[in-house]
Write a protein that binds this ligand. Structure first.
Ligand SMILES: C[S@@+](CC[C@H](N)C(=O)[O-])C[C@H]1O[C@@H](n2cnc3c(N)ncnc32)[C@H](O)[C@@H]1O
Length: 210
């Protein structure tokens, strides 16, 4: 169906799939994922992040409802599943039920009912790398539907008291592969694991941005 921006869902997807370079946010923070940790690339698309994570030595699980772009992912676990259908992916009978990951990467995809389960699927020390479009992006090309746009601070709220935030951004990014308003987070599942008297979690290196 054509939308107000006259791009169909399929046209939008193929526009995204033409981008083969991983997002700068993933490249920057993927090194924080524990070595040899299994990694989930949720709504993997053409697999640009799966390939990158494989090159870093991770066992990758790539999931998408359309896996036609994931044929060249040798050695990865590729799952074809509708992430928005019942049973939900992490629920009983779902494609990812009972699974945990050392890294979870979600780029340019948002389905709110899944978000809490994603945090729950991080192994101890696991790293969440999430980046997608946010409110304000209506002024740019798709997505413009509020269901597909993060609210201000929404990723911070998601991880509050659950993960240690390493980095967060929200704003206009003209230099992104698809310019627009983006919200991004990198957070680690190590709150409450501490060697310190004050209970603060361990510090992590913050890799420099470009
Ligand atoms: C904009 S693309 C992003 C792809 C990839 N994460 C990237 O950054 O290159 C969004 C992806 O979400 C997938 N997707 C959308 N709705 C989905 C659903 N209900 N279940 C599974 N995948 C879905 C699409 O097939 C598409 O590959």
């Amino acid at each position: 169906m054509k939308n107000s921006n006259s791009l169909t869902d399929a046209e939008t997807r193929s526009r995204h799939l033409r981008i083969t370079e991983p997002s700068a946010w993933v490249k920057r923070f993927a090194p924080l994922i524990p070595e040899n940790g299994a990694v989930l690339d949720l709504a993997a698309g053409g697999g640009r992040h799966s390939h990158h994570l494989q090159r870093l030595g991770h066992a990758v699980t790539a999931i998408d409802r359309d896996i036609s772009g994931l044929g060249s992912l040798d050695g990865a676990e590729v799952i074809e599943a509708d992430l928005e259908a019942e049973p939900a992916p992490f629920a009983d009978g779902g494609a990812l039920h009972g699974r945990t990951f050392g890294g979870i990467c979600v780029i340019n995809y948002l389905h709110r009912p899944l978000m809490h389960d994603l945090v729950g699927a991080l192994a101890p020390g696991g790293v969440l790398i999430y980046e997608t479009f946010a409110r304000g992006n209506e002024a740019f090309v798709r997505p413009r539907n509020p269901d597909h746009l993060l609210k201000s601070g929404e990723l911070l709220e998601l991880v509050q008291d659950r993960l240690q935030v390493i980095a967060y951004e929200h704003g206009i990014d003209e230099a992104a592969e698809i310019p627009g308003v983006k919200e991004r987070i990198c957070a680690v599942n190590d709150l409450g694991v501490s060697d310190r008297d004050d209970g603060e979690p361990a510090s992590h290196p913050v890799p420099p941005g470009d």
